[in-house]
Ligand binder design. Structure first.
Ligand SMILES: [Zn+2]
Length: 414
């Protein structure tokens, strides 16, 4: 983080970081009052100094620590069997017991297919990979696993984090997390494996794959073919044709798609689509490995690419919402998944923009200077509103669960 942004951190933590809501969120209205106290927070200080196993009794102490240590990054870890910060004194074994189920989708994993940018760069165009991935995951988590309390957070640069906060999700074992991740993983192998999705030609598709394809299909031509230009050159088109495992179809595609002159990438794609459909139809659909070739292409290019190790471990750290990204200085704000298409990472406010917005507001409306919350004077207002709604949702779940537990013990005593 540059010195300018570092200088602004004290004010950010003092008047903008939603520490009360943050602690309310991680307390989940659990009846056990030590729940938040047993949560590991980890701080990264300027100069890459890591302070792990921090924990706090309440938001006042958290703010005090933020102001005295000025972390350039805050990570959230697990809830342990006891307060992690006491660990140094007692030497007892710290055991991670609970944590949200988390997902990390990063543009890194799309570097072998995106054609617009490389490395840390992103643009509006390749951001759509992240949008599609989040939509597919969100739908699967709700419809296939029944989770309800899901928070999506912009990572501050070129990715998104999913926090599945239902009580049931927080209590998942490592094995159960792995099973969920395996279920949600379709893209196999590393960047050197060319064919990364294979669907069983003799079976119908699993409903979760059909649902993912529905989401991808709405975007595919406009996004992958027109914007990402995957068929614009013979070279890039031949990489797609080469994924075909049916030798007869592959030869015919080479002739039709690669050797015939087409003017645009869209024409090449349309030609490939038609050729595959005809081939499959002629073989009565099931008698060919190529049955799902078009679907395999779409999934290989657009299905979520997960950092599986983040989701599998119960003890993995993940950057907290409302951190300031050390490089871009943008705030890691929650994203409304229902309107994720409208979310524009390039309009997410940076720490210096926020502080100038407060000054501008106070100059225009001096009467509000001391009696309006600082965040409400800035572009952070909407994000904090979204976060508050989410925290209330989690608290409602806890209350409902407690009353249903109470009812069942009452009925037992009767
Ligand atoms: Zn791009």
């Amino acid at each position: 983080m540059g010195n300018d942004a570092l200088d602004m951190l004290p004010l950010y933590y003092k008047i903008l970081f939603p520490s009360k809501l943050f602690v309310r969120w991680l307390s989940y209205s659990e009846s056990d009052e030590t729940y938040f106290k047993r949560r590991e927070l980890s701080f990264t200080l300027a100069g890459d100094i890591y302070l792990r196993y921090q924990s706090f009794p309440d938001d006042t102490e958290l703010v005090k620590a933020l102001l005295s240590k000025l972390p350039v990054k805050i990570d959230i870890g697990a809830v342990f069997n006891k307060e992690p910060r006491d660990n140094r004194k007692t030497m007892d074994v710290l055991i991670p017991l609970e944590r949200e189920l988390i997902f990390d989708i990063d543009m890194d994993d799309y570097d072998d297919i995106r054609t617009c940018c490389k490395g840390p760069e992103i643009c509006k165009n390749c951001w759509r990979f992240i949008v599609i991935a989040a939509k597919i995951l969100n739908a699967a988590l709700i419809e296939d696993f029944g989770f309800k309390n899901i928070l999506w957070v912009y990572s501050g640069r070129r990715g998104i984090h999913g926090w599945i906060c239902d009580k049931r999700a927080r209590r998942l074992t490592t094995e159960a997390r792995s099973a969920i991740v395996d279920y949600l993983s379709l893209i196999e192998g590393g960047e050197f494996k060319s064919k990364r999705v294979t669907l069983p030609a003799n079976k119908n598709l699993h409903p979760s794959i059909t649902r993912a394809l529905d989401i991808i299909e709405k975007e595919f031509e406009d996004f992958m073919v027109k914007d990402q230009k995957i068929f614009d050159t013979v070279e890039s088109a031949s990489k797609i044709v080469d994924l075909c495992t049916d030798p007869e179809l592959k030869t015919s595609l080479r002739n039709k798609v690669l050797k015939t002159p087409h003017r645009t990438g869209l024409e090449r794609w349309k030609c490939l689509e038609k050729a595959v459909e005809l081939h499959v139809k002629e073989r009565n659909y099931t008698r060919t490995h190529a049955r799902y070739f078009l679907d395999e292409i779409k999934l290989q290019l657009c299905y979520p690419r997960l950092d599986v190790n983040v989701s599998r471990g119960i003890n993995h750290l993940l950057k907290a919402p409302f951190c300031v990204h050390p490089k871009t200085h943008r705030v890691c704000v929650p994203v409304d998944i229902a309107n994720i298409k409208k979310f524009d990472p390039f309009t997410v406010p940076t720490i210096d923009q926020l502080l100038s917005q407060i000054d501008a507001h106070d100059a225009l409306q001096p009467e509000e200077k001391d009696n309006k919350e600082s965040y409400a004077k800035t572009d952070l207002a909407q994000s904090i509103g979204l976060f508050r709604k989410f925290v209330v949702l989690c608290e409602k779940e806890a209350i409902m669960q407690r009353s249903s537990e109470q009812r069942s013990t009452e009925s037992l005593t009767w």
